[in-house]
Design a protein around this ligand. Structure first.
Ligand SMILES: C[S@@+](CC[C@H](N)C(=O)[O-])C[C@H]1O[C@@H](n2cnc3c(N)ncnc32)[C@H](O)[C@@H]1O
Length: 210
């Protein structure tokens, strides 16, 4: 791992992959990139991409070892920012695609405009990295975990944003249930300074039983 022994990569190593221009919620980006650098995932999936703030740095990093990132999002613009008038399809999908191209990751990122449940029904590839950040309602997070976690390879990484977010308590409930059901021991991580609303990253590796 290219790190400092504490799970965090140095700014020098992070600098080329961090995307400072794209608005979004890459709350615990340094920790996520450190995990990615440690595990070197090749088949990566992100559920909930918005404009690419979390996808772009990950895509930049994984392409160093031939990894690809599939982003699943409706890009309907009506889940977390309902009052944003410009966020209507296809504006949002095109903006995301443009951000990917401008960030230089267009060749290694695939954008699938559909619901996470729809895509899961036809998904077949074993996954090395699964980042869940789509609909934050309890039923949706639980459904994403049920549908997608079985595709994560033994030893693969599974991560979720907004764990502990006081605006979306269902995220915590769904992850806690998932962890208990599958006998996992997931890590809760809070960046310093803390992200707003108590948001933590939850992550871990899954076994064959997930
Ligand atoms: C919090 S944003 C993602 C933020 C992004 N990961 C970032 O760091 O900037 C949530 C995204 O999930 C998408 N979304 C919500 N429900 C969805 C669903 N059921 N299927 C696919 N995408 C969904 C929304 O369109 C939105 O872009």
């Amino acid at each position: 791992m290219s790190g400092d022994g504490n799970g965090l990569m140095s700014n020098v190593i992070l600098a080329p992959v961090v995307d400072a221009r794209t608005p979004g919620w890459f709350h615990h980006g340094a920790q996520i990139l450190a995990l990615v650098d440690q595990h070197r995932p090749r088949v990566c999936v992100e559920l909930g991409t918005w404009l690419g703030a979390s996808a772009i740095p990950v895509a930049r990093l994984i392409r160093r070892w031939g990894g690809t990132l599939t982003c699943v999002d409706t890009w309907a613009g009506d889940v977390h920012e309902p009052s944003q008038p410009a966020a209507t399809p296809p504006w949002m999908l095109l903006s995301c695609a443009r951000n990917m191209i401008e960030a230089g990751v267009g060749a290694t990122v695939r954008l699938i405009p559909a619901t996470t449940r729809e895509v899961a029904q036809s998904w077949t590839d074993p996954i090395d990295y699964l980042y869940i950040d789509a609909d934050h309602a309890y039923e949706s997070v639980a459904a994403d975990l049920r549908a997608w976690a079985p595709f994560v390879k033994p030893g693969g990484l599974i991560l979720g944003d907004d764990y502990g977010n006081d605006l979306y308590p269902g995220v915590k409930t769904a992850w806690d249930e998932f962890e208990q059901t599958h006998g996992l021991n997931l890590t809760r991580f809070q960046s310093s300074p803390p992200a707003p609303h108590g948001v933590q990253l939850i992550f871990g590796t899954v076994g064959a039983q997930a």
